[in-house]
Design a protein around this ligand. Structure first.
Ligand SMILES: [Fe+2]
Length: 183
């Protein structure tokens, strides 16, 4: 265990005055990351809805595209509130998840429920990534005393959760059964 004497501890706790700016910087960096991710989704979601067959799935993806554009705007509001320029920092995770979705579309036949199942699986991975991100960022904003920012992030978090639930509904009520028939 580390004691006060000897070498510098590997991880400093927030007792030092420098701790909060570092945490702030981490928070800003995470906002830039999800800002890139949301902007990337605005480009990827139309490809997914175009590739989908189920009307309910197409509707869910189109609704979420509209929400995603709103999520981008909300992040811009947050950057503004923090006196920061909205800068996107490439999110490797979202890039990978999007590629996985595109790979599923390429690997399945057009007009099949099997492809729809794949699109739902890929989309739900995206939603879970976003839920984890917004959940963590909401908590971090509260820790930093940024209550208004936390409220905005919580609003987006709620929408991501709802989008995920809607995709589950489409899968359970319709698409999964149809895909099983195709097998
Ligand atoms: Fe989003």
């Amino acid at each position: 265990m580390n004691t006060e004497s000897g070498s510098e501890p590997k991880f400093k706790t927030k007792t030092s005055p420098k701790a909060e700016p570092a945490l702030n910087e981490l928070f800003l960096d995470s906002l830039r990351d999800i800002y890139w991710a949301e902007n990337h989704l605005v480009k990827v979601l139309p490809k997914m809805s175009q590739a989908a067959t189920s009307a309910k799935l197409v509707e869910a993806l189109e609704n979420h595209l509209a929400e995603t554009k709103e999520h981008v705007s909300r992040l811009e509001v947050i950057f503004d509130m923090l006196g920061q320029v909205a800068v996107a920092k490439k999110c490797d995770a979202m890039e990978g998840l999007a590629k996985e979705g595109e790979g599923i579309v390429e690997g399945t036949d057009e007009g099949t429920a099997t492809r729809d199942v794949g699109i739902i699986l890929a989309s739900q991975k995206v939603e879970h990534y976003e839920i984890a991100t917004y959940g963590g960022l909401t908590q971090l904003a509260k820790t930093l005393g940024l209550d208004e920012v936390a409220e905005i992030l919580a609003q987006t978090l709620a929408e991501e959760k709802l989008a995920d639930e809607l995709l589950t509904e489409v899968a359970e009520n319709e698409v999964n059964y149809q895909a099983a028939e195709e097998a």
